[in-house]
Design a protein. Structure first.
Length: 286
């Protein structure tokens, strides 16, 4: 296999796409781009050939998948009809950047002192955060984006696993659809859990792909919650916050949890888990 044969193989495998090609002999690269808007991707052929010749033929399948997904994402948003546009909210830390690398502000809303709401254009297997430039391309207002996102988050599947630890009940949402943490914005979902909680209801979004709802019925539950959220936060690909949020009557309040084995705890504290309310001002959903 050489770069010329690899070029031809890729073109054959991508024949179903409406794309054009530019082959650069000197750089041994192939640019593949959409015919409607000239957006595309450049593939370096020599590294692919090297892996292919070492017996890693699956590299071709990986490149084809990458190109197909990239080209699909590069469709002009302005060419889509309103029915084709799917927008969902995503939760990020308040430290997450507020502008794109090109300087376009993202469309955001305040959520809590620890979290902020962003909005995403769903692309199937991935999504694109909506900034002011994308908003203009979509020909939508910010209010329309909010309404569409609020409607769509309520349509997400409600699948979760339940675990009990020392009398405390924990519910885990982990569907890996990219919007697990977003389910914290489903007010109807939270209200339904609040009704059945016998103790204090805590909610946590340590990273993008998990939502934890806990029914804390004794002091041990706080300690367990603290360890879980920190573990998820540390290992998540898109970490959000290691703090838990107390939820009551539609309002969130971030809390700090100190375990009974915390060496920094003062001597006069009782030998149980204590949780201290955060002193930050909190902004909640309407």
């Amino acid at each position: 296999m050489n770069v010329f044969k690899m070029r031809d193989l890729l073109k054959t495998r991508l024949d179903h796409l409406e794309v054009a090609y530019q082959f650069n002999r000197d750089k041994e690269s192939l640019r593949i781009y959409r015919t409607d808007n000239q957006k595309g991707v450049t593939v370096k052929l020599s590294p692919i050939v090297a892996k292919y010749n070492k017996g890693e033929q699956q590299i071709v399948d990986e490149i084809i998948y990458y190109v197909e997904e990239t080209i699909a994402q590069m469709q002009d948003e302005s060419t889509k009809t309103l029915n084709e546009i799917k927008i969902l909210p995503v939760i990020r830390s308040t430290s997450f950047h507020e502008k794109t690398s090109e300087g376009h502000p993202f469309v955001t809303d305040e959520h809590t002192a620890e979290t902020r709401i962003y909005y995403a254009l769903d692309l199937g297997k991935s999504y694109r955060l909506i900034d002011e430039k994308v908003l203009k391309e979509l020909n939508l207002t910010v209010q329309q984006v909010r309404e569409m996102a609020t409607f769509n988050v309520r349509k997400l599947e409600i699948n979760y696993k339940t675990d009990e630890v020392k009398g405390n009940i924990f519910y885990f949402f982990n569907t890996n659809d990219g919007y697990d943490a977003s389910r914290i914005l489903n007010k109807q979902l939270l209200a339904s859990f609040e009704e059945k909680c016998e103790g204090e209801m805590l909610v946590a979004v340590p990273h993008q792909d998990v939502l934890i709802i806990a029914d804390i019925r004794n002091h041990t539950g706080y300690d367990v919650m603290a360890h879980m959220t920190m573990s998820f936060f540390t290992n998540g690909l898109v970490p959000i916050t290691s703090l838990s949020l107390s939820y009551q009557d539609g309002k969130f309040e971030p809390i700090f949890i100190l375990g009974k084995n915390n060496k920094q705890k003062s001597a006069d504290m009782p030998n149980v888990v204590q949780h201290l309310r955060a002193t930050k001002d909190l902004k909640t959903e309407d």
